[in-house]
Design a binder for this molecule. Sequence first.
Ligand SMILES: Cc1cc2nc3c(=O)[nH]c(=O)nc-3n(C[C@H](O)[C@H](O)[C@H](O)COP(=O)(O)OP(=O)(O)OC[C@H]3O[C@@H](n4cnc5c(N)ncnc54)[C@H](O)[C@@H]3O)c2cc1C
Length: 439
Amino acid sequence: MYRTAAIFRRELRLTDNPLLEGVEAGEFVPVFFLDDYNQQEHGDSLRALFFHALRQLAEGIERLGGRLYVVPPSEQERFWDAVRPDEVRFCEDVEPYSRQRDEQLIPHLQARGIRYRILRDSLLCPVPNTTYPSFTQFYKRHFLPNVTLGTPVPIPQRLYTPEVDVPVVAIPQVDAEPACPWYATEEQVQKRWQDFVEHGLAHYSERRNLPSVPGVSRMSPYIRCGMISLRQMLRDAWGVREQFVKELAWRDFYSHLLVHHPETVNMELRPEWRGFPWRHDEEHFERWAQGRTGIPLVDAGMRQLLQEGWMHNRVRMVVASYLTKHLLIDWRWGERWFYLHLVDADLAQNVGNWQWAAGCGADAQPYYRIFNPVLQAQKFDPQAEYIRQYVPELREATSEQLADLENLHRLVPEYPEPLVMPDEGRRRFLQTAQQFFGG
Ligand SMILES: Cc1cc2nc3c(=O)[nH]c(=O)nc-3n(C[C@H](O)[C@H](O)[C@H](O)COP(=O)(O)OP(=O)(O)OC[C@H]3O[C@@H](n4cnc5c(N)ncnc54)[C@H](O)[C@@H]3O)c2cc1C
């Protein structure tokens, strides 16, 4: 009987999963290699949700009659020798570590004469041969011509997994409070997505920038763990809301960028930014990280991150801009903090967006365009509902009082004075940038 092995990595679901295509016809050996990298590099919130998803996948596979093997990577060779599949399949990944891991895996398979197939799941379209200078060019010239809607892969009716003699390990149990509200079964994720399709998608363009209303899908943690199919999301949004399709395309844009520029994990994409005199002020950084900057919208965002492991995109842009521009602190510090605390932490998305916000990345704003966090709050949180939700000491303050940063601390003594006033921070950044770029 034909034996297929599938390496699960971040495609932790049964619905529309290319790893499961046609596997019910033969023997199927699903495996997850529990490697140390995932344990050490990722924050607790992501690890908690990820292992929760992995457990659910294992249970789902069991319900269909199969078994997911969770194997330490040190036992890989023994695993292949024991399983001897006709075919191995796994999905392409864009992170430098994963690409290196795949390069090491392939010779092991070839040496055993095992066929392998590399599938695509966490990307919507193939990685182009080159990078595009702007998102718009990427979208028009590469994304739209190459993206395919496809048809959903059906969930197998049954699975048959043979017994193989390999050491297995238990799925780790990670406790992280911010991850708890995100725990969901695959069916619940589907339900949340369907609710958004029915009630949110049509209003997405108008509501997506308002952090106090449920205007966005909140699917990013489930995308990160592969609990929902990106193709399914694309199919549902296609022809309904192009703005939403574009957001999914941004995801591909940053993922592709990481393939071509793995150095951007630590280094600015734009060479002219390398060596920029970022400040490494630990005290200011800590105040930012804990939501104690004295700038209400920034603090609300940073506290949302600590509480929920997630932050609204508009606010992510504002807090990243405040850190890198007003506080002049190295974007790498912010990127790391986000990475360790986000339940949707994704290397390509996080690095790409941080560099965009700092001005040194792809399609980034020119350095002299700096968000004013007070004006951003007035525009996108005009009734200050979001701020009041996450900064309880400001609950009684009116929107006018929140905008009056000079006097806010006097009015609410337990709320800190601004670390840097927006105008002052802006001036300092522009001066530093002009000196550095010689402008
Ligand atoms: C500084 C900064 C750091 C970020 N770090 C991450 C990260 O680690 N992981 C992550 O998934 N996203 C990251 N983002 C992108 C974005 O904020 C989130 O994807 C989005 O807020 C998720 O919420 P949602 O699912 O409700 O999005 P929706 O508005 O419902 O959008 C649907 C999907 O489109 C994609 N998308 C939307 N906006 C972006 C964007 N700006 N860049 C790339 N893809 C996007 C996401 O996959 C998202 O789930 C970051 C943004 C900024 C500004």
